[in-house]
Design a protein around this ligand. Sequence first.
Ligand code: UDP
Length: 323
Amino acid sequence: MAVLVTGGAGYIGSHMVLDLLEAGEEVVVVDNLSTGFRRAVPQEAAFVEGDVGDGALIARLMADYGVDAVIHFAGSIVVPDSVADPLGYYLNNTVNSRTLIAEAVRARVPHFIFSSTAAVYGIAREMPVGEDAPLQPISPYGTSKLMTEWMLRDTAIAHPLSYVALRYFNVAGADPKGRTGQSTPRATHLIKVACEAALGKRPGLEIYGRDYDTSDGTCIRDYIHVSDLIRAHGDALRHLRAGGDSAVLNCGYGHGASVLEVLDAVERAAGCTLDKRDAPRRPGDAPELIAGADRIREVLGWTPIHDDLDGIVSSALAWERKL
Ligand code: UDP
């Protein structure tokens, strides 16, 4: 029995691979290395450079390794890129996911865990946003992920496949043991950008909007430590293997921090003052995005252990120093 991890050479996937190996699982990684790194995958995992959309390759891996679960991270995640290249995003995130799901059905792989996103909600009317809120993505990225959720929903009705889709909020931080972290060049995510600025890898950073209707005028997000996110996947795998029902679950802490609070935390951790400039709002940014976070605790028994902004930022900074 083995777990097939797509995108296992990437930021979040590489944390998953370490966690699975520690749990004694056999792991096979498929990654096309478009944004991931071969060195992020430990030697103990089988690694195949290839594409999730290559059905013949996926079929061979499922048969050769006796895969009983797919954890599907591979995908494109840059929202503005998805606006500029919607068809590229639908190909990579939706069409290729369809191939992967189809091969799972054909090979009778019983379990599937999918990296979805809070972007499926678009600009939510109520905060925190629960799983039953209207699904109105405002970017091709969000739509491409939602379409995959729907393929899984319908497939699980027609075939013996159970799945968990986890809707990630703002994932940040790095492995507390310092073995992996976010290495993506030209990253746009706030904590990554601020850590780069704190270490002089970029001159400074911009604050996208200080005139939001929030406590300090900057946007609020639910930042979740990557290790807690990974533990949610481990919980999902146990849940499915124990015969649990398919589920779509938010993955966040249920509270948030503003851009200024994040930057304060980075300055505290790095012992420096960041060069911050005010900039206009970034198109498509919601003032606030906080997970309704009860269902994942009820369904999976998930209990976060890294719910601390200073800890998230320190781990991200420690990794950034190693790069
Ligand atoms: N942000 C910012 N400066 C940056 C990057 C991000 O002010 O250099 C803000 C962004 O406008 C948003 C928040 O930080 O309000 C989180 O953005 P990020 O891109 O990290 O994640 P998103 O919430 O867009 O998925």
